[in-house]
Write a protein that binds this ligand. Sequence first.
Ligand code: 4AD
Ligand code: MG
Length: 462
Amino acid sequence: MKRTKIVDIFDPALIGSDVSVKGWVRTRRGNKHVQFVALNDGSTIKNIQIVFDMTRFTDEQLKPVTTGSAIHVTGKLVESMGKGQTCEIQADTLEVYGTADPEAYPLQKKGHTLEFLREKAHLRPRTNTFGAVLRIRSALAMAIHRFFQERGFFYLHTPLITASDAEGAGAMFQVTTLDLNDLPRTEDGKIDYSNDFFGKHTSLTVSGQLEGELGATALGAIYTFGPTFRAENSNTPRHLAEFWMIEPEVAFFDIKDNMDLAEDFIKYCVRYALDHCRDDIEFLSQMYDENLVARLESVLKDEFVRLSYSDGIKILEESGKKFEFPVYWGADLSSEHERYLVEEHFKRPVILTDYPKEIKAFYMKQNEDGKTVRAMDVLFPQIGEIIGGSEREESYEKLSKRIEELGIPMKDMWWYLDTRRFGTVPHSGFGLGFERLVLFVTGMTNIRDVIPFPRTPGNAEF
Ligand code: 4AD
Ligand code: MG
């Protein structure tokens, strides 16, 4: 008999037929006459209840059916009398694939804290919470590809190993095959990277943007979607050392087009999750955050506020609120400032633009005032910065002057500057932190709980 996934078993047309299900036991309870097993196979948050009539099974047969064990059951699907489920399976046959010693299996049925589960990241996908988060994460990845593909963007694969560290977005992880116990040295005592694998110093990328711009100024509109790495020692609920980023880049787009794209993009993803992951979102809402669905829906309904950094600073200064970090023109905003604007002042997402050039990357388009650049950060409730982007400086002169001012080695940047030497055009793009989007949609509060195997300072287990 062909296996039916549990997500498909609640189809009323199947009532009365024989079915075959396979999965992991969540709980078993009952008495000497009848035993009930809640089975989950990961295809849905829902369990199917299996009823064992103990005149047809022995205690010995049911004994290995404990929480965490893997079984195969065939039987008849019938309407259920019990509350909380529409149908159940009256078991005919039972096969045990793998047992799970109750003394050793860590996920017993009582609720575990998220902190405890982080220590068990190899098994936590089997919990309701992580099943829900990981299904939502997968659906959001699909939404992202659909959004861009429907709009004629091309998926560009940018390198993970890079020899330029020009983004300035954060500290980089070095990539080397040199023997760290016996490093080759140049005459002046420095490490001789000409003997390294790539013949030069290389690192893991912090962003695919610079290569993304090469794609956009050829294909017109591209997006990247891949892992990025930052070796900042920031132990916060919003930072990972390895995270996934989506970076669209579009030729002939100005900052206004870029803001429109960012707003449409996030709304599309949130709508997609509400349409495709309703059960999982409702489960998370019940467990952790009763306002989750309302918050997701309000983001869809409201237009994002668009505001300059300077006006944002004014609002913060006039708020009369004591912030941990001081607010003044020129200061980099921290998440308490961002969240004040979004959650308390405007009560909806905010796109902040035109930041001081000193706190933004070298490639952003310089404004006439000589002080600000055409940056845009999208700020979200609960999250703070979810997107960072800008219109790009397309003038070769202005860009190379800025590169010089900042002391970025020109020799590493020649290929990037060529986009401005040959057929340069106005263009714009942004980066969305995938895990921050998943955080928002799931209502989770720690970024370690929305990626299967988080990489953070001091933690690379699993
Ligand atoms: O603001 P960032 O640093 O921008 C860039 O990297 C640009 N190259 C993007 C572009 O214009 N193409 O990072 C973009 C986003 C942030 O808004 C945030 O959502 C996320 O990436 N992000 C992180 N997410 C998790 N952990 C970290 N350590 C992150 N650093 C940034
Ligand atoms: Mg940023």
